[in-house]
Write a protein that binds this ligand. Structure first.
Ligand SMILES: C[S@@+](CC[C@H](N)C(=O)[O-])C[C@H]1O[C@@H](n2cnc3c(N)ncnc32)[C@H](O)[C@@H]1O
Length: 388
């Protein structure tokens, strides 16, 4: 037999064997009873068919078990703030700053002693370390619901037990998810931001008021004033805009005006330092007054305009924002920078203005537009001087 005959015979036999194997394989894979035993045939993609990672990602739907799924995306500014607030007040130092604020603690202690009566049922909205709930309980409240969404509530519960505080239920819950069968006599709260409204006081208190306060019930505190006063800074504390500096030991920055920042944050300063503000240019008058018994979120104006007659001459460095809470005529909590009895842990905010000098008798037209009172980033302000 020649070599070429042997080769043709070998090729013929191996073709037949491959065909027989393929036939048998197809029968086995196609059998319904044996299906689970075999991997499906592998299809090799040509280079042109290979997808990009983005295409693959778009096609593949991976089901993630609920317990390891990432938290839902936080969307609205209100929800973002809520998350921030929950984390912020879990920090012991924040609670320390509030507890060390003597005027603040005296104000709340007096307010509770004067206005919570024996037998009252009380909600303490945002109890923190539980201090106001403890004051209410000691004042004779028959029941206090001390609620807080932050993990600080664990400490409140423990501190209450260690201090022999009775009649208090501590609940780790956001106020909007707190329910009771029977309405209460008093809503107690301290939800006051530096800009008064920036700790969501209005929506939080109104929600509880409308759902869980008895008709004629008490919100403590309920009356607030927000001020925005033209003022002069102390000479040694003034920080002019960079383009207002024309002679820093012979160096001129005035050309920087071309680079005025657009970010509204740049035009705000925050301080709680009494040495910063030298004087108000006029007589302080509230730009907004609210009573939480009657307010709704839509009651707040989106534009506030007022005129301040200058009674103290000086540079207009900016507008200073501060607030007051009033319980009685002789029981007021203030964050005014010129009030020596001010509650020191609150900051006051300075809305900066281009420097200009004002004389006694001049008039300052101030305008504040606000999209959202809870969000100081949405505030825009102007102050125009008119000389008489
Ligand atoms: C300014 S601190 C006051 C704490 C305490 N009442 C005091 O006077 O020392 C506000 C507290 O309210 C809580 N809080 C804020 N909004 C809340 C809400 N809607 N529901 C429950 N707790 C809230 C915060 O976690 C924080 O502990």
């Amino acid at each position: 037999m020649s070599i070429s005959t042997i080769q043709r015979f070998t090729v013929f036999v191996s073709q037949r064997v491959r065909q027989a194997c393929a036939l048998l394989g197809n029968r086995l894979v196609g059998s319904r009873r044996l299906k689970g035993w075999f991997y499906p045939p592998v299809e090799i993609e040509t280079a042109a068919e290979i997808e990009t990672p983005a295409e693959i990602e778009a096609e593949v739907e991976i089901e993630i078990p609920a317990e390891i799924a990432p938290p839902a995306v936080i969307e609205t500014p209100a929800e973002k703030y809520r998350q921030f607030n929950e984390d912020y007040f879990a920090d012991l130092h924040e609670q320390e700053r509030m507890l060390a604020d003597e005027p603040r603690m005296a104000f709340y202690h007096d307010a509770i002693t004067r206005h919570i009566k024996s037998g009252d049922r009380v909600i303490d909205l945002g109890t923190g370390t539980g201090i106001l709930a403890a004051f209410a309980s000691r004042q004779g409240a028959s029941h206090v619901y001390a609620i807080d969404h932050s993990s600080i509530i664990e400490h409140a519960m423990q501190l209450g037990a260690e201090n022999g505080i009775e009649n208090v239920d501590y609940e780790g819950v956001h106020s909007t998810k707190f329910y009771l069968d029977e309405p209460v006599d008093v809503i107690l709260h301290e939800q006051l931001g530096d800009f008064l409204f920036d700790e969501a006081m209005v929506p939080n208190v109104c929600d509880l008021r409308d759902r869980l306060l008895k008709p004629g019930g008490l919100i403590l505190p309920s009356q607030f004033e927000l001020f925005c006063e033209p003022m002069t800074l102390h000479d040694d504390r003034r920080v002019p805009y960079i383009w207002e500096l024309n002679d820093v030991h012979g160096f001129d920055f005035t050309s920087m005006e071309r680079s005025r920042p657009e970010d509204v944050d740049y035009y705000r300063m925050s301080s709680c330092d009494l040495g910063v503000v030298k004087q108000f240019l006029g007589d302080p008058t509230p730009m907004v007054e609210v009573d939480l018994h009657t307010i709704t979120e839509s009651t707040l104006p989106s534009l506030v305009s007022f005129t301040r007659k200058v009674t103290n001459a000086g540079l207009i460095d900016g507008l200073v924002v501060f607030m007051k809470a009033k319980v009685d005529d002789d029981l007021v909590l203030s964050s005014s920078p010129l009030d020596p009895g001010r509650a020191p842990h609150w900051g006051f905010r300075i809305l900066r203005l281009d420097q200009c000098h004002a004389e006694i008798g001049d008039e300052l037209d101030v305008s504040i537009t606000v999209k959202d009172w809870a969000d100081p980033d949405t505030w825009m302000w102007t102050c125009e001087k008119h000389t008489s």
